[in-house]
Design a protein around this ligand. Sequence first.
Ligand SMILES: Cc1ncc(COP(=O)(O)O)c(C=O)c1O
Length: 446
Amino acid sequence: MSTEELPAGTASRRLRAESDAYVLKCMGDVDLALVEGQGVRVRDADGREYIDAISAEWVLNLGFRHPEVRQAILEQLDTIDYVSPVFESEARTALAKRLAELAPGRLQKVLYALSGGAAVEGAMHLAMRATGGSDFVCLDAAFHGRTFATIGLTYVHPGMVEGANQGLDRYLPRQMRVPTYNCYRCPLGLQRESCDLACADLVDFALGRGHLNGPAGFIVEPLQANGSMVPAPEGYLKRAHEICRSHDVPLIVDEVQGALCRCGPMYASERHGVEPEMIILGKALGGGLPLSATIAVPEYSELLPWEYGFTQAGNPVACAAALAMLEVMVRDDLPANSERMGALLMSRLEEIAEGSRLIGDVRGEGLMIGVELVRDRATKEEAWTETDQVMAACLDLGLMVGKSGPVWGSNGNVIKFKPAVNVTADEIDEMATIFGRALARVEAAA
Ligand SMILES: Cc1ncc(COP(=O)(O)O)c(C=O)c1O
């Protein structure tokens, strides 16, 4: 939706014009000012209500203004609102302990940061200190952040988006990219039944022969999120872990999107039966407040004094919000809700797919679901324009969905569903019904 299409004088348009003068934006461009939210409902500046199927950028895993998270924030503010990282802080320790208790395997030490990208850098530090190497293997459709160190691990690079990151080379370390797992569009042209996870074996090749400065680890998402919403095939992470072990480097699972019941279990790695050396958390971790972390096994928990850290990392208010969120997730068994509601949404989307021309594939885990739109199911030609039209129709009908990959800048052809993990069956039904109507509107017009 562009500014021109909005009726003149709307509050969203006014706010947009004002923000354009003062806010430097380089992450999207939607003329919609959101002013109030509760649960999965959100209202814009013009009073229109939407049902949110993406947890506000997959950050509010318990929905807007969850009462217990809100209460924990207020109580923390009533005691102490900031503690310098050089001092001890109760909230920071309590959260680290809880994250470790809930984590798979021997993951125990929590290194705090403020954003997903900064936490990925923390994992890189830990891996480099322990291995002595500095070259990482990552997937070509991976997204691990937009900081200087993480751009090298992320798909937005000059080969893929014209001009992207050019001229910044001095600060962009090259990393080893191997083809992304993608059973809908296998980069190796293989079939899952007979491929024997050949894509995972490329990690072995890269760790053994692709590096210049010694391998430092394999960084991977358990479900390729921004790069097209593709789940790792069964057995992939286990195979990758065996390969990492054979090279004596860590498996680093970036769960910035996948953790905290998003893919079902508290940590997405559990779903794959792996106990990685490090898991990276971000986005939803702070219950809506800025907080991220790397959680590592003891062998990967050494840093030199002061070589990594952020003044606000482990802020007690964010830690208190995170703790309250985790307790709700455990008490209300939200991993099970995510599985149940995810299965319900998948089945509704599959039903819609049966009567649709544009849906090529529906895939996901828990409440992390992608719907890939194609012009032709046989050729799988990406339906770029139609995807934008479906997104606009959803918004027009009062549904917020997201858009993803596959790796060509913002031209996504995969609609993302990532609702709050405490979503109800009625809310799922409403989301699916609106999506079906939006899709039918676009298909009828074509
Ligand atoms: C898997 C993954 N890792 C890291 C990041 C970077 O997070 P942030 O934007 O908080 O730096 C993202 C952001 O989308 C992500 O999806």
